[in-house]
Each structure stands twice: as C-alpha cells, then as structure tokens.
Write a protein that binds this ligand. Structure first.
Ligand code: TYM
Length: 332
C-alpha cells in the first residue's frame, strides 16, 4: 500500500483551523487506502525558542488532537518525531547533499529569519526543510498531505531524493505533495490576505480547535468582510468573504457555488452565523474528545510509545541503506 507521511509542529496550545483544514482533516480519509505515518514534529518546534515543560505538554496535546480528529493509532502509525532517532540521523546525511544556496532560497526561512533578525535565527531554522525531507524520505513516502505553504519544502524534498538516488543509487521513493486546491490555504479572519497562523498579529484572526465554541463563534462574527454586500467568491475583490466561503466548503464538503447559491440575496451576517454553526459542529466533538484523551496522559504516552516502535520498524532499513551507500563502515 502507498505510504503517506505528514506532521504538525507542537508549537502552540492548540492546532488552529488552518492546520485542520489544510492538513489533518485530509489525513483522516487517507487512512483507508494508504499506510500512514503521522507524527508530532517536536524537533521542528525547537527551531524557534520553546519552553521545555510547555513543549512536552504541547506534544501530547497535539497527538490528542490528531486522534480526536480521526487519526486511528491502530490503523496508522502515530508517533513523536524525537522518539524515532532515524529522522535526525537521516537529516544529517541530507544536510550534506543540500546546497547552502538552495537552503537559503526557502521562502519560509527567509520570512522567519527576517522576523527574528538574521543574527537570532539559528542553524536549526536554516536546516529545518532538510529535516522535513528526512521525515518524509525515511519512511519512503509516496504522498505528503500538507497545506500550500509547504509546497516549496516538498520540492526540496523531491530534489534531495533524486539527487541522493543519482549519486548513490536508487534509495528513496520520490514523494509527491498532496495539496488540495480549495482548502490549501485558510486565511486570517482579521487579515484575509495573510494565512491563518499561530503567530497571527491579531488574536481574533485565529480559530483554535481547543477553544470553546462560543469564543470561535464570536471571532467568526467579527471577521473582517469586504466592501459591498453581495456574497460571492472572488479572492481579489472579496478576500474576507471568499475565506469564509472556503472554510464553509471545506468543513461541509459542499462546493463553494452551492453555498453561494444558498446565501443569494442575504447579508454577510447570515453567512457568518451559518459558518459559526458549521465550525461549532465540526470542532466541538474534536475538542471534547481531545480533552477526554488528555485526562489520561499515561495512556496517550503508551500509544505514542507503540507508535515509536512501529516507526522504528519502518525506518531502520532505509537508514541502514543510506549509511551503507554513503560508505560509513558498518559496525562489526
Ligand atoms: P506547520 O506545523 O506549520 O503546519 C502544519 C500543517 O498545517 C498546514 N497549514 C495550513 N494549511 C492551510 N491554511 C493555513 N493557514 C495553514 N497553516 C498551516 C501546513 O501546510 C502543514 O501541512 N514543516 C511542517 C511540519 C512538518 C512536516 C514534515 C509536514 C515537519 N516535517 C513532514 C509534512 C511532512 C510545518 O511546520 O507545518
């Protein structure tokens, strides 16, 4: 069965709606036809400053949200990145075939390091996309379901796989990004031309999976809208309304046109009320299930330990092949 790999950084107290719509939601159905590995990207999280105790808790909270959203730890492999050392080991090998200039061209690195000031950005932040390539290649993934913002990192991953294969012999599957056009980018509710992100400028721009429904409903009702009164999909002229329509469509599975037709002749406020209901219906069960799982952290940790075992089984052979092909003397 084809392999699927993806992950989210545990760098906030809750996933946000962009993570859910752009990534996690799409993982759930892929479990039917693929062998899936979903992990919590804690090694990635420390590319920016993290408080150690908070990071450990956020790692659990992130795993709980995966399960609550429909990831089945029996059918899929659910693990914490740092529990499977092969990720970091392969990353080192890939660092050594990645060009400095190539890594410098990653737009996410450029954005993040500009925000932090070039002097404060770490080597870890610079090498982040290479670790991401390792996460994917170590499992011989065929498909990587992510949001639009990860497209360039997937291109790098493909290039590294091809380069390694050409230089050392066929070793890696060359993976494909699976980016769903409609929902690949959820925008900030207050600033609908910027992507929804945990580092959003305005608190009201961000919907969190673990926030109470009322709080999210309020944020939707105060979302920025556009000039005019007509509800139609137009990213240029109506970025706010278009964002609300995309979220609605992603969560209900209904085409945007159908939703536009439903709201014909009605006001922006009606769409917001409708969307608040849809968001509540989707997120409430996830939130309550996640909180339930977090009541028993020991059980959650046991699940993650089983996931780490499965992850190692899936990854040792690839790492051994890489080491062998690169000429590392095998230990007697
Ligand atoms: P991260 O933690 O920033 O985001 C996790 C996933 O959520 C998607 N996403 C969005 N999708 C739509 N709209 C948005 N506003 C939005 N914001 C975030 C991201 O595209 C991503 O799919 N480097 C990755 C984590 C990672 C990874 C991997 C992913 C590490 N190794 C290997 C796949 C495979 C990251 O930082 O995502």
């Amino acid at each position: 069965r084809p392999r699927v790999v993806s992950g989210v950084q545990p760098s906030a107290d809750s996933l946000h709606l962009g993570n859910y719509v752009g990534a996690v939601r799409n993982w759930v159905d892929m479990q039917n036809d693929n062998e899936c590995v979903f992990f919590v990207a804690d090694l990635h999280a420390v590319t920016t400053d993290q408080d150690p105790a908070t990071l450990a808790q956020r790692t659990r909270v992130t795993a709980a949200q995966y399960i609550a959203a429909g990831i089945d730890p029996e059918r899929s492999t659910l693990l914490v990145q740092s529990h499977v050392p092969e990720h970091a080991q392969l990353a080192w090998a890939l660092n050594c075939i990645t060009g400095f200039g190539e890594a410098s061209r990653m737009t996410q690195f450029k954005d993040k390091s500009a925000k932090q000031g070039a002097e404060n950005a770490t080597v870890g932040l610079f090498a982040y996309p290479v670790l991401m390539a390792a996460d994917i290649l170590i499992y011989q993934a065929h498909q990587v379901p992510v949001g639009e913002d990860q497209r360039q990192h997937l291109e790098l991953t493909r290039n590294l796989a091809q380069r390694f294969n050409a230089r050392y012999g066929d070793t890696f599957v060359v993976p494909e990004a699976k980016i769903l056009a409609e929902s690949a980018k959820v925008y900030d509710l207050q600033n609908p031309t910027a992507k929804m992100s945990k580092s959003a400028a305005a608190e009201n721009g961000l919907l969190r999976l673990l926030d109470p429904a009322k709080k999210n409903a309020k944020k939707i009702k105060s979302a920025v809208t556009d000039d005019g009164t007509e509800i139609r999909f137009d990213r240029e002229a109506k970025p706010g309304i278009s964002n609300l329509l995309t979220i609605h469509s992603a969560l209900t599975g209904r085409p945007v046109d159908e939703i536009v037709a439903e709201y014909e002749g009605r006001m922006y406020g009606h769409l917001k009320v409708g969307l608040a209901e849809v968001v509540t219906e989707t997120l409430e069960p996830i939130r309550s299930r996640a909180l339930e799982l977090l009541d028993d952290p020991a059980e959650l940790d046991r699940m993650l330990a089983r996931g780490a075992e499965k992850g190692r089984e899936l990854s040792v052979a690839t790492l051994a092949a890489v080491y062998d092909r690169m000429g590392f003397l095998s230990r007697a």
